[in-house]
Write a protein that binds this ligand. Structure first.
Ligand code: PMP
Length: 436
C-alpha cells in the first residue's frame, strides 16, 4: 500500500511499529526489536511505563493546553522546580520547548539577547566544534559541525568560529599526554577567540559528550575545565548541549557534573521526556536570568507549545520514576558492564578501532585497517549495513559517521534504557556480534 507519510527516506520501506514493551518495540507482524539505542538515546525508561502512562492520562483529564502568553501551568512549574533543584551550580530557570533543536535554538537566541540586555550588542559570533550535532533548525544546524548534514542548506545563518572536537582516537598524538592534548585544544579555542575578537563573541557551544556525529565521545580529563576558564577569561558564555547525553544517560543527571564545571546555559531534551512526549529545555544560570529580569524583562522568543502541560507532566513522571528506582546508579553499573562486554567481544576484532563512552552511552567505531586506523570507504557504508542487519536480527542500534568534515569515522551508538539488566546487556552484545 502506498504511504502518504513524507518519510526521511523516500526509498526504503519501514516496518510499522505498533507497540512498546519495556526495552522492546513490536511491529505489526509481532516481531520484537530490542531497542538497544533507545531510538537515538531517547527511551531512557523503556516503553509503556505504567506510572508515566498514568501521569499522562491524568494530565489529559485535568488540562491539555493553556497558552503561555496567558497562563503558567502546574506541570511546567513542578518540572522546572524539579530540574533546578537538582542541577548543580547556579542554574536558575528552565525554558521548556518541544525538542532538542528548539532547545538549542532557544539557547543561541537567549545568549544573543543576553548581551543586548547588558549593553554589548556588537557580539554576534558563536564558536563551535567540528563533527558536532546540535539539531536541524537553521540556527542549530549553523553551529553544528557535521558538513554532510549542512551542505545542502548553505548558506546558513550564524557567523561563527570553529575548533576541533575532542577526539583522542584520531587526534591525540602518540607522544602527547591527556593534559597536553587538552591544552592543545584549549589553545586552539583561545586562538579562534583572538582571531574573531573576544568582544565580538557570544559563546562557545559544545556537546558535553558528543553523540550523533562522533559517537559517545567524552572530553579528556581537564578539557572542559580549561574551556570554562577560557570562557570566563574572555567573558564568553559556555553553552553545553546535553540534548542527547543529559538526564542520566552518562551516569549523572547532567553530564557536566562529571567535568567539575557549570555552563551558563545547558540544553536537554531526549531523556527528559524519554520519548513519552516531545519536550526539550534550556536551563539558564542566575547571571543570565537576572540580566533579563533587570533588563527588558522579555525574552523575544515564543512557540505555541512552550511548556506544554502534558509534555511537562510526562517528563516529570519520567524523572520521578528514574529517581524513585535509583536508575542512574543502574546506568553506572550497567554502563560499566556494557563497556566490559564490548571490550571482551570486540577488542580483537580486526575491524573495531575504538570502543568509547560513559554510562549507558557507548559507541563502537569501525575501521577497515586497525593498525593504520583507515576507515571503510564511505561508499561501503558499513554502519548502514550494520543497522539493517541488526534490525533483521531484531535489534535497533544507531548508526553514524561517514564522511564528516573531510574526515572519516563509522560507528554505531548504543544507548539502552536505564532499566537494563545483565541479561539485556548480554543480549545486546551478542546480537551486535552476530550483526557484525
Ligand atoms: N543536540 C544534540 C546534541 C542532539 O543529539 C540532537 C538530536 N540528535 C539535537 C540537538 C536535536 O534534537 P531534536 O532532534 O530533538 O531536534
Amino acid at each position: 500500500m502506498a504511504t502518504h507519510v513524507f518519510h526521511r527516506s523516500l526509498k526504503s520501506k519501514l516496518p510499522l511499529a505498533v507497540r512498546g514493551d519495556g526495552p522492546y518495540i513490536i511491529d505489526e507482524n509481532g516481531k520484537r526489536y530490542l531497542d538497544a539505542s533507545g531510538g537515538a538515546a531517547v527511551s531512557c525508561l523503556g516503553h509503556s511505563n505504567e506510572a508515566v502512562r498514568a501521569a499522562i492520562h491524568a494530565q489529559v483529564d485535568q488540562l491539555a493546553y493553556a497558552h503561555t502568553g496567558f497562563f503558567s501551568s502546574k506541570p511546567a512549574e513542578d518540572l522546572a522546580d524539579f530540574l533546578i533543584a537538582r542541577a548543580p551550580g547556579n542554574m536558575e530557570a528552565a525554558y521548556f520547548v518541544s525538542g532538542g533543536s528548539e532547545a538549542v535554538e532557544t539557547a543561541l537566541k537567549m545568549a544573543r539577547q543576553y548581551f543586548l540586555e547588558i549593553g554589548q550588542p556588537e557580539r554576534k559570533h558563536f564558536i563551535a566544534r567540528g563533527q558536532s550535532y546540535h539539531g536541524n533548525t537553521l540556527g542549530a544546524l549553523s553551529v553544528g559541525g557535521n558538513q554532510w548534514r549542512k551542505k545542502q542548506f548553505a548558506p546558513l545563518l550564524v557567523e561563527q568560529g570553529r575548533v576541533s572536537p575532542c577526539y583522542p582516537y584520531r587526534d591525540q598524538k602518540a607522544q602527547e599526554s591527556e593534559e597536553e592534548y587538552a591544552t592543545r585544544l584549549a589553545d586552539e579555542l583561545e586562538n579562534e577567540i583572538n582571531r574573531l575578537g573576544a568582544e565580538n563573541i557570544i559563546g562557545f557551544v559544545a556537546e558535553t559528550v558528543s553523540g550523533a556525529t562522533l559517537g559517545a565521545q567524552t572530553g579528556v580529563k581537564t578539557y572542559f575545565q580549561k574551556i570554562r576558564d577560557i570562557c570566563d577569561h574572555y567573558d564568553i558564555l559556555l553553552i553545553l548541549d546535553e540534548v542527547m547525553c543529559g538526564m542520566g544517560r552518562t551516569g549523572s543527571l547532567f553530564a557536566y557534573e562529571q567535568e567539575g564545571i557549570v555552563p551558563d546555559i545547558v540544553t536537554i531534551a531526549k531523556g527528559l521526556g524519554g520519548g513519552y512526549q516531545p519536550i526539550g529545555a534550556a536551563l539558564v544560570s542566575d547571571k543570565i536570568y537576572r540580566a533579563f529580569q533587570q533588563g527588558s524583562g522579555v525574552f523575544m522568543n515564543g512557540h505555541t507549545y512552550l511548556g506544554h502541560p502534558i509534555a511537562c507532566a510526562a517528563a516529570l513522571a519520567v524523572q520521578k520514576e528514574i529517581e524513585k528506582h535509583n536508575l542512574i546508579d543502574n546506568v553506572q553499573k550497567m554502563g560499566d558492564l556494557l563497556d566490559k562486554k564490548l571490550h571482551e567481544a570486540f577488542d580483537n576484532h580486526p575491524h573495531v578501532g575504538d570502543i568509547r563512552g560513559r554510562g549507558l552511552f557507548r559507541a563502537v567505531e569501525f575501521v577497515e585497517d586497525k593498525k593504520t586506523k583507515t576507515p571503510f570507504d564511505p561508499a561501503f557504508s558499513l554502519n548502514t549495513k550494520l543497522k539493517k542487519t541488526a534490525m533483521d536480527l531484531g535489534m535497533i542500534c544507531y548508526p553514524n559517521g561517514g564522511t564528516i568534515d573531510g574526515r572519516l569515522g563509522d560507528h554505531v551508538l548504543l544507548a539502552p534504557p536505564f532499566i537494563a539488566d545483565e541479561a539485556l546487556i548480554d543480549e545486546i552484545v551478542s546480537r551486535l556480534t552476530r550483526a557484525l
